[in-house]
Design a protein around this ligand. Structure first.
Ligand code: FMN
Length: 203
């Protein structure tokens, strides 16, 4: 599989970090086109203490605990509108925006995007490929909600960063995994399924 993963400047860099790790562990993803907004870099610094500004692939691999020589991640600059994910003729399997800021959400919903994240998402919608958007804001105003409805009507999956608690997480890691598993499920990508509801939990 080939996927595009975009990280934007909403809170929740940890969701992006873990999603990328799970995609790498899955064994079914060969290429990840990774795009980060400038604000994503700021939030990553605030929330995870990591400086990803102008990071090279080996630094991203290091952040994700991947082999330094791993060729899984392909990094694309935000202003590179000639990059691979910007063309519908690049036959990829879809895109995940995790976490997705209200700014990026609005730009895609308007159809008037200005950067590679907006363009790659627009391409997914027009080519009818899977676009999973993980919005994060609280509370939402009606503009945010209308933008989400607009994108859902255009074919995007709105998968909010709202982890469940019914699997009784003991750690933040388990809470984060629960949400990231739901993202992988959208693409039928295998994971441990530790937090999958079986129906046997309530007697
Ligand atoms: C620490 C921090 C946390 C933020 N959290 C959110 C958030 O949860 N949701 C959101 O929509 N914007 C949030 N923002 C604001 C966005 O980063 C800002 O609107 C930015 O312009 C989004 O740009 P981007 O969509 O290109 O990443 C946050 C900013 C900072 C610095």
């Amino acid at each position: 599989m080939e996927l595009t993963v975009a990280i934007t400047g909403a809170s929740g860099t940890i969701y992006a970090h873990r999603t990328l790790q799970l995609l790498a562990e899955s064994g079914v993803v060969e290429t990840i086109n990774l795009i980060m907004s400038g604000s994503a870099v700021t939030v990553a610094q605030v929330e995870m203490g990591i400086n990803l500004k102008d990071a090279a692939v080996h630094e991203i691999n290091d952040w994700l605990d991947l082999d330094p020589e791993s060729r899984l991640i392909r990094l694309w600059r935000l202003d590179n509108l000639a990059a691979k994910p910007s063309s519908g003729s690049n036959k990829q399997d879809g895109m995940i925006i995790v976490p997705c800021s209200m700014g990026t959400l609005g730009a895609i919903a308007s159809g008037a995007g200005t950067n590679l994240i907006h363009r790659a998402a627009d391409v997914c919608l027009k080519e009818r490929r899977k676009l999973v958007i993980v919005p994060r804001e609280s509370p939402y105003n009606s503009i945010h909600l209308e933008n989400m409805l607009r994108l859902s009507n255009a074919g995007a999956i709105i998968l909010p960063a709202s982890p469940g608690f019914y699997h009784r997480p003991d750690t933040i890691g388990e809470l984060v995994d629960h949400l990231c598993f739901r993202i992988l499920d959208q693409f039928d990508i295998p994971h441990s399924r530790r937090s999958q509801w079986t129906g046997d939990e309530v007697t």
